[in-house]
Design a protein around this ligand. Structure first.
Ligand code: AMP
Ligand code: MG
Length: 344
């Protein structure tokens, strides 16, 4: 299949391009589109053949459910059982990087939800995503637009690397604003369980929900046979092809450890901006200022892709704090490192 790449840096340039993308979705094809979190691999959420195509294009296990993207919070009505708590969250955080798990209506096939009776609903804020969903006239099922196991794509280059020839169209909207996938919550009355941390933080959710619990799989490794609340949590994720090791300890000690490692090993380092000068300029990737968690979130997935190159035997990174969006960074880095933390 030939993949058409269209530039949408300032939105769709013409009505025809928008209609062409929408028509691909409606007729069962796949369109990769930018969102404020990461790029999504979109297909018609109401069509089970589209869901099958999405799983095949990504090489994703078909029990790992897809998030459905809608243009407005009310757009969930035909597809999910909404609730007061859902609308309270929607009022506070939609459109935006929040996904809510709701009971599924029959209009969404089981293929889309990986066999579950619930459906994950998200209303993205990116103008291109919103225009596309509206023009398609159907909810768009979209996982991250990477090959399964690779870091989520935060620019069109990543998508082209992974999915060229596997999708009908890629909409290139430039760099993702947030860089980490959406926050996912499930609801029980007005209480929420945080299944995946993201830019909508646990504290922000606490302003709206009566009670917010963080699912154990966010911070800890699941036991062999444990069933996670969110199926995606059980899969190895974002794993580079060489060991990725997270370092914990006093910043001066960590820096001198890294300097020594550079002398004896072929390592790549995801370092803080302030450390760049003290390290040898070899496979060193600036992940942002140590205090700037938003910047680190935005750069993490590109840094992991760039660090993982031939000749590198090990990748080092700093274990981030769990404050604010730090919890999302911590969760993604921990999974990429398969929970390998070294005390320095
Ligand atoms: P991705 O689209 O690649 O960001 O992955 C979507 C994530 O949403 C996966 O980790 C899924 O496990 C999770 N998810 C989607 N639908 C549901 C659902 N109905 N219940 C729980 N988790 C879900
Ligand atoms: Mg993903």
């Amino acid at each position: 299949m030939t993949t058409k790449v269209i530039l949408v840096r300032d939105g769709f340039e013409s009505r025809e391009e928008l209609q062409q993308a929408a028509e691909i979705i409606r007729s069962g094809g796949l369109v990769v589109f930018p969102t404020e979190t990461v790029y999504g691999l979109g297909g018609d959420a109401t069509n089970e053949h589209s869901a099958e195509k999405i799983y095949a294009a990504k090489g994703r296990p078909s029990d790992n459910p897809l998030i459905i993207h809608i243009a407005t919070p009310e757009g969930a009505e035909p597809y999910a059982e909404t609730s007061e708590a859902y609308y309270r969250l929607a009022k506070a955080f939609m459109p935006g990087p929040l996904t809510v798990i709701l009971p599924r209506k029959q209009t969404i096939p089981l293929r889309t939800t990986g066999g579950l009776d619930t459906v994950a609903v998200r209303c993205p804020s990116h103008p291109v995503a919103r225009e596309l969903i509206k023009a398609a006239g159907v909810p768009i099922a979209a996982p991250s637009a990477n090959l399964s196991g690779k870091p989520s794509p935060t620019c069109a280059r990543h998508v082209i690397e992974d999915l060229s020839g596997r999708v009908d169209m890629i909409l290139d909207g430039g760099d993702s604003e947030i860089g980490l996938e959406s926050t996912i919550v499930s609801l029980n009355g007005n209480s929420a369980t945080l299944l995946r941390p993201g830019a909508i933080t646990a504290d922000a959710l606490r302003c709206v929900c009566d009670d917010v619990t963080v699912a154990p799989a966010v911070l800890e490794q699941l036991a062999e046979n444990e069933r996670p609340l969110s199926p995606g949590m059980k899969y190895k994720h974002y794993a580079p092809s060489v060991p990725f090791v997270l370092l914990r300890g006093d910043s001066r000690k960590v820096l001198s450890f890294l300097q020594k490692e550079q002398q004896s090993k072929n390592c790549a380092i995801l370092c803080y901006h302030e450390e760049m000068e003290a390290l040898e300029n070899k496979n060193v990737i600036d992940i942002g200022k140590s205090e700037n968690l938003d910047e680190q979130a935005r750069r993490l997935f590109t840094a992991l892709r760039d660090a993982d190159k031939p000749g590198v035997d090990v990748i080092y990174g700093h274990l981030p704090t769990t404050d604010g969006i730090g919890l999302a960074l911590y969760n993604r880095m921990l999974r990429a490192a398969a929970h390998t933390i070294v005390e320095v």
